[in-house]
Design a protein around this ligand. Structure first.
Ligand code: TYD
Length: 214
């Protein structure tokens, strides 16, 4: 049986990651892999309910972080772990880097508390003692916040995060850069400020470079 493979997609709102999630799923399937496509917050009935709350209700940053991690715990146990155990490629639209970027850097919440929650939530049965479930690869769609703001302007009705001002997204982007600096081998930085086909080539190349796609 094939080894499971866990890949997350990250970037500020408007960075354009979501269309590449589907395209990458199709490419893996065409090369014989079973693929689970999912997202955070969400991915289970409970986590989708938590998503609706977190994205639409006003709350303090700790409450928000707890909801994100509660949703993540359910999602890991119900969906991600079983999929990896059966050898699937798991493509997850956002994961814990988003919590560090949005709640940590964007909202200014304590990164140490987030790191503690990360240890609790991502310690899952079956891993060696002390090991955490993390993506094997995180594709970070890096787009200047000014350009993302232009893309979002006039799009659908913004949710709580999408309606944040530019400085918020500048902090979020800095948060992603900090996560990359702390664990560079896990990340592929995708320059998202280019035509969609070139962005896709960069995604495809990142997977080929690791020997995960032809
Ligand atoms: P997003 O992934 O952009 O989905 P859509 O394209 O359907 O809007 O929306 C999720 C939002 O949730 C996004 O603004 C980032 C935010 N978020 C956090 O603040 N913390 C988290 O831990 C996660 C996973 C997402």
């Amino acid at each position: 049986m094939k080894q499971g493979l866990f890949i997350s997609f990250e970037g500020i709102d408007g960075a354009g990651k979501s269309s590449h999630v589907e395209r990458l799923a199709e490419m893996f399937r065409s090369q014989g892999r079973a693929v689970t496509v999912t997202r955070e917050p969400g991915g289970t009935p409970l986590a989708e309910q938590l998503r609706t709350l977190a994205l639409n209700e006003a709350m303090d940053a700790l409450t928000e972080a707890l909801l994100m991690f509660a949703a993540r715990r359910d999602h890991l146990l119900q969906v991600i772990e079983p999929a990896l155990a059966s050898g699937d490629v798991v493509l997850c639209d956002r994961f814990t880097d988003a919590t560090f970027a949005y709640q940590g850097h964007g909202r200014g919440f304590d990164l140490e508390v987030l790191a503690a929650l990360e240890r609790w939530v991502q310690s899952v049965p079956g891993l060696p003692t002390g090991a955490l479930r993390q993506p094997q690869l995180t594709l970070w769609f890096d787009l200047p916040p000014e350009i993302a703001a232009q893309r979002l302007a006039g799009a659908r009705l913004p949710d709580k995060f999408e309606s944040q001002p530019l400085p918020f997204f500048q902090r979020v982007a800095a948060g992603y850069a900090a996560r990359l600096a702390a664990d560079p081998s896990r990340f592929a930085r995708i320059q998202a400020d280019q035509p969609r086909e070139m962005v896709w080539d960069a995604v495809h190349n990142a997977l080929r470079a690791r020997g995960w796609l032809r």
